[in-house]
Write a protein of this length. Structure first.
Length: 248
């Protein structure tokens, strides 16, 4: 794994991480839209993790507002491709919220969008993104890949690879990857380590299949962990034992 070793001074184990946050993490449980309390809770944790010296690139989902697949079987009205673009724009709305929350806390941030919209975000340019990270800025990567029919999981895998991140961390509401949905099945077993192949063969709901395939091909480790437990983002970047690690 391309990471520096954890040390006794509490420095981060990972030098550069890609943190994927779903749109749902931006809203109150069971609701849609943006709950500022939720966004601030995430921002505080990200700030704490960044203060430990880790470079963090964030990929933001948009499912709290809209997902393109909702319009999959619609023959009239909004076409599916259009809906995917709407979903990408939703991630920009979330990105703006997170940027303000982080800046309220004094973090230096850049919002970068895969779809050009110069009035609100910088265009995503890989080398520029890396430079921001090197200068200690948090980068918020919005509008997914800029192309329809995929999800922000795929965008997260792609950005993790091209930005040279040590690991892709997927923040979820549960403690990691389970044998079944732990919110429905109390007997579901939590896995601590998994091979990419096991995720694919057992059809475990971790990330979409394109994202898993990309990570597997390029040996990008994935950590699935619970961001709802305060301090877990910092624990994760320090390499402390949280969640499920997926590798080769
Ligand atoms: N989307 C897309 N291309 C991308 C990333 C996202 O078309 O590269 C669209 C897709 O419709 C997706 C929506 O944006 O459903 C919102 O992203 P996602 O569903 O990944 O959000 P999350 O589930 O993480 O909240």
């Amino acid at each position: 794994m391309a990471a520096t070793a954890a040390n006794s001074e509490g420095e981060p184990r990972y030098k550069r991480v890609l943190l994927k946050l779903s749109g749902e993490s931006f809203s109150h449980a069971g609701e849609r839209g943006i709950g500022m309390e939720e966004v601030m809770q995430i921002a505080r944790q990200v700030q704490q993790a960044a203060e430990s010296g880790c470079q963090i690139a964030l990929v933001i989902g948009g499912g709290n507002i809209l997902r393109g697949a909702q319009f999959k079987n619609h023959n009239v009205g909004i076409q599916e491709a259009t809906a995917h673009y709407m979903g990408m724009l939703a991630t920009v709305i979330n990105g703006l919220a997170l940027q303000d929350a982080l800046e309220t806390l004094g973090c230096s941030t850049r919002l970068m969008s895969a779809i050009r919209m110069d009035g609100v975000a910088e265009p995503y340019i890989r080398r520029r993104g890396k430079r921001h990270l090197e200068k200690g800025r948090l980068i918020i990567l919005a509008a997914g890949t800029g192309s329809p029919y995929v999800t922000t999981d795929t965008a997260a895998a792609q950005r993790a690879l091209e930005l040279g991140c040590d690991i892709l961390m997927k923040a979820t509401r549960v403690d990691g990857v389970y044998s079944d949905d732990p919110e429905k099945n109390p007997h579901a077993v939590l896995y601590r380590e998994l091979h990419y192949n096991a995720v694919r063969e057992q059809n475990l709901r971790v990330m979409d299949s394109t994202a898993i395939a990309q990570c597997m091909e390029h040996k990008m480790p994935i950590l699935v962990f619970n961001y709802k437990k305060d301090g877990n983002i910092q624990r994760a970047v320090r390499g402390e034992r949280v969640g499920t690690i997926i590798g080769g």
